[in-house]
Design a protein around this ligand. Structure first.
Ligand code: NAD
Length: 350
């Protein structure tokens, strides 16, 4: 049994992780620490038994220490972050504060309570990071391995790289029991509609343009969030202290292909369910038109990385990790969720 502190547990991946953990370890106590920024939604955790939401900032190390002591926390799963690259280009300060200073505040609190005061119990600090810390690949370059040199290109990626280095340093210097996972692009339920997949899906339903950066040939490896959650569980339970693990979905796709898959799936959903035309009258699919007519090419993102790809050999061989869904299956489940949960996303699009 474990007592978990999940930071950022009211955001996209954190929410999915809390739901996942509740299923696989129903007796564990879970405290979620979340500042409820625009990306956090307390309703995501509503009705989950044994989950306590504490609204607060990870930069508040007194609060974090009080939670570690008072709730007997032995496992921190750290998701809380500013996570959107475009926002980091427009305003990097919050990324440095939350992602670097906030991660350091958690590490300091864990060191004080777990190592200096000593709890007499094993502990684990799992840090959730990104493949973006490795920079950009050319079309024929080998995929990112855990020993690929860091070369972050956006303020977001740089702030995550800084946090990864701090986690590494707290293991090597102080002996904190840490693991880090660097994952690729996630998609699935509860994703805030500023990220590509929910944004394009909702725009296709609403008859709004699908804005494609540059030539649309930027390549990402798409990972269903539940596969990611399983990878994190494996890293927490079986990962070696101080190690990092790359977690991918094995689905390397150019953005144009992802957009076409979204359009085709929306068109097929309207063709098989006549009620959708009534619910979404502004969708081209409601008039028998292809959603693809909404595709619009826009000026490329500044410093846009061309390609990310994950070599997950280490996670496969050491942890037994393997993604269970390909993109077609994962996206069709995601589309179904967004069609069923308009109550969740509609208020966020106003
Ligand atoms: P998100 O933006 O959906 O959620 C972030 C959560 O953190 C929100 O609930 C927010 O309220 C909370 N938060 C922000 N600042 C905080 C603070 N100072 N104190 C406490 N809580 C705070 O992000 P996500 O997509 O769920 O990403 C979770 C983690 O996974 C992040 O660390 C991100 O870097 C990493 N990651 C995400 C992806 C992806 O595709 N979404 C890919 C790779 C890595």
């Amino acid at each position: 049994m474990a007592d978990l502190l999940v930071t950022g547990g009211a955001g996209f991946i954190g929410t999915n992780f809390v739901h996942y953990w509740r299923k696989v370890a129903p007796d564990d106590a879970i405290v979620v620490l979340d500042a409820l920024t625009y990306a956090g939604n307390p309703a995501n955790l509503g009705g989950l038994p044994g989950v306590e939401l504490v609204v607060g900032d990870i930069c508040d190390d007194d609060l974090v220490k009080a939670l570690l002591r008072g709730r007997g926390i032995d496992t921190i799963v750290h998701f809380a972050a500013e996570s959107h690259v475009d926002r980091s280009i427009a305003g990097p300060d919050a990324f440095v504060t939350t992602n670097v200073v906030g991660t350091h505040s958690l590490l300091k609190a864990a060191r004080t309570v777990w190592l200096d005061e000593g709890t007499g119990r094993p502990h684990r600090f799992h840090h959730v990071s990104t493949d973006e810390v490795y920079g950009s690949l050319g079309p024929d370059d080998a995929a990112f391995r855990e020993d690929t040199p860091y070369a972050p290109n956006s303020p977001y990626a740089a702030s995550k790289a800084g946090s990864d280095h701090l986690v590494r340093a707290y293991h090597h210097t102080y002996g904190l029991d840490t693991t880090t996972s660097n994952c690729s692009n996630n998609y699935g339920p509860y994703q805030f509609p500023e990220k590509l997949i929910p944004l394009f899906l909702i725009n296709a339903l609403s008859g709004r343009p699908l804005p494609i950066y540059g030539d649309g040939m930027n390549v990402r490896d798409w990972l269903h969030v539940e596969d990611h959650c399983r990878g994190i569980e494996l890293a927490i339970c079986a990962g070696r202290p101080g190690e990092a693990y790359n977690i991918g979905g094995g689905q390397e796709l150019p953005n144009l292909r992802v957009v076409q898959e979204i359009c085709d799936a929306v068109d097929a959903a309207f063709a098989s369910d006549p009620t959708l035309a009534g619910r979404y009258p502004d969708a081209p699919a409601a008039r028998g038109r292809p959603s693809a007519e909404l595709k619009t090419f826009v000026i490329d993102r500044k410093g846009h990385d061309r390609r990310y790809a994950i070599d997950e050999t280490k996670a496969r061989s050491e942890l037994g990790y393997a993604p269970k869904r390909d993109f077609a299956q994962g996206f069709s489940e995601t589309l179904r969720w967004y069609l069923d949960r308009e109550d969740w996303w509609k208020p966020l699009t106003r």
